[in-house]
Design a protein around this ligand. Structure first.
Ligand SMILES: C[S@@+](CC[C@H](N)C(=O)[O-])C[C@H]1O[C@@H](n2cnc3c(N)ncnc32)[C@H](O)[C@@H]1O
Ligand code: SF4
Length: 339
């Protein structure tokens, strides 16, 4: 990581990206074969994310879901989740019960947690805005041993929270975190680990310090993540920070949180990045509410549906796509991707 940051600082952009492409190209070959070894031995080799609903109760003004206005809301039923579990979970070493949308918008979340626990996936987690968590959902998390819940909070004051999210839910979220803590204490367990996802920008960075001081007992770990630009040509009312400003806040947070500050990702503006520097692993699978499966990113959709087929069969039918992907030779990887 340090070498990467150093190279990013001292090399001209074009050299940095050319090196990055070569590195990703070289590394993806052994990584792919390692993954295939695990698959052939029948080991768990996938990192699965499932969106069981495509809707949200908040409207964070920086969120990329706002770019999808006009999309159809889709909802996964409990029966379809059961089929997904049967066909996919035996291959998963980690399972996120959320990805792009808000998982608590599906009223079956507690059932989903209970089903997932039966398959003994080694690491189960999800990310939520935490506003409409129910007692049943929290009970399921605690009794089934969900490993981590990340809660996205980006303000310490109700005023800024509402300005960012268009809803006045900060008190509700904190109340839910208090309830969850009481429940964990009552059961004498440390899981789920509660992580705060703080998406950081110029306007909310200083409130992070206030938040962690005022709510120290409500969370375990904290991520301070730099705001990503939304789609090209969209207007975001919030502003990305310069590197120096970002790390100055990180330093102050580190002084308060120490090791509990577990991730501080700064990203450069990728909108002018050259094509083909993707480093996403082929272990990353996303399932949407209607059972469609994407690998690496939304541009690569597998032929098949997880509600009706075992993932091993879907894999075999899509082997050519996997081969092309690890060599980063798809049309999209080579000509369009700006990651
Ligand atoms: C899209 S949300 C979905 C899960 C859930 N609704 C939540 O807010 O946690 C997942 C994470 O993406 C972050 N996010 C959304 N738009 C972003 C952007 N433009 N840059 C960086 N992070 C973003 C959110 O803050 C949140 O932590
Ligand atoms: S709560 Fe999550 S999905 Fe909903 S708008 Fe905010 S960041 Fe996006």
């Amino acid at each position: 990581m340090l070498i990467k940051q150093f190279a990013r600082k001292v090399l001209p952009d074009s050299t940095y990206h050319a090196l990055s492409r070569v590195k990703n190209g070289l590394l993806s070959v052994p990584e792919h074969y390692k993954l295939m070894e695990r698959r052939k031995k029948g080991e768990r080799y996938l990192s699965v994310r499932i969106d069981t609903v495509s809707a949200c109760n908040h409207r964070c003004q920086y969120c990329y879901t706002l770019d999808l206005t006009g999309h159809r809301t889709q909802l996964m039923s409990l029966a379809d989740f059961e089929k997904t579990a049967q066909n996919l979970f035996p291959y998963a070493h980690s399972l996120a019960l959320s990805c792009a949308w808000e998982p608590t918008m599906n009223k079956h979340l507690a059932d989903f947690i209970r089903v997932a626990a039966r398959y003994k996936v080694p690491y189960i987690h999800f990310v939520s805005n935490g506003a409409i968590l129910t007692d049943e959902m929290m009970e399921a998390m605690v009794t089934c041993g969900v490993d981590r819940m990340a809660v996205s909070i980006d303000a310490a004051t109700p005023e800024l929270y509402k300005k960012i999210r268009e809803v006045n839910d900060l008190d509700r979220v904190l109340k839910n975190l208090r309830k969850l803590k009481a429940l964990k204490d009552e059961h004498g367990v440390s899981k789920p680990v509660v992580n705060i996802n703080w998406t950081a920008f110029e306007e909310n960075a200083d409130e992070a310090e206030i938040f962690v001081r005022e709510n120290d007992e409500l969370f375990d770990t904290f991520w301070f993540w730099h705001l990503l630009p939304r789609m090209r040509n969209t207007v975001n009312p919030f502003h990305r920070m310069e590197r120096g400003r970002f790390f100055a806040v990180v330093k102050r947070l580190r002084a308060i949180l120490g090791d509990r500050l577990t991730s501080t990702e700064f990203n450069e503006d990728r909108s002018n990045k050259p094509y083909g520097t993707c480093n996403r692993s082929l272990e990353n699978i996303r399932v949407d509410p209607v059972g469609t499966i994407e690998v690496t990113c939304s541009k690569h959709v597998l032929d098949g549906n997880i509600f009706t087929e075992d993932f091993a069969d879907i894999y075999v039918r899509n082997e050519n796509l996997f081969e092309t992907l690890y060599k980063k030779q798809t049309d999209f990887c080579q000509n369009d991707c700006d990651r």
